[in-house]
Design a binder for this molecule. Sequence first.
Ligand SMILES: Cc1cc2nc3c(=O)[nH]c(=O)nc-3n(C[C@H](O)[C@H](O)[C@H](O)COP(=O)(O)O)c2cc1C
Length: 211
Amino acid sequence: MDLHNIRETYNFDSLDTDKLKDSPMGQFQHWFEEYKVLGVKDYNAMAISTVIGDIPECRIVLLKEIRDNGYVFYSNYGSAKGKALESNPNISALFFWREQERQVRISGKVVKIDEKESKSYFETRPYLSKIGAAASNQSRPIGSRKELEEKFNSFTSKYPEGTDVPMPTEWGGYLIIPERYEFWQGREGRLHDRLVFVLEDGHWTIQRIQP
Ligand SMILES: Cc1cc2nc3c(=O)[nH]c(=O)nc-3n(C[C@H](O)[C@H](O)[C@H](O)COP(=O)(O)O)c2cc1C
């Protein structure tokens, strides 16, 4: 398949230091809110990359909370990403907001959030999402779809709708504590705007980099 002729022009907006919010967190929130109002499905999706050994791996997760000190997503601590983060807490998160020709890259380190906080979020999840999380040892092999469904059904029998589904011990939230942001705005002629914030001695420095 030849895809050489696919070309887009980017001219939705521009980004310069005089337009930036006071902090990268503020700038992220501003762009996030501008994207949110478009009503795109899964507008809170982000690709997160982890490294295990020297192998990088990325996957989509949902951003569930923006805190003053970082970004929360939930997963299974025993999953492939969980194991990678256990041995190497460095993470890179990527948001692609196509409609606005924007990309934001955030890198930093993760910490697990408090179990109590995970529990209070888990309790707000729909019944079937709770059962799904309880029934799945995420990323580990299983013999067949049938086996998976039987496992799921055994959990629905054990915890019928309306009863408390306990949060699996392996399940919980991660907080990404940012150390670097890159804001990318597509521009004409591929002269895109790229502004990078780096945390140095507790202060954010800003640098424009070439497209
Ligand atoms: C739109 C979308 C949202 C997802 N949200 C999550 C999520 O919030 N948490 C999660 O663990 N996996 C989520 N997944 C599944 C992950 O992409 C991935 O398959 C799973 O976490 C296992 O990844 P791992 O084997 O690298 O650990 C989502 C996938 C998609 C496509």
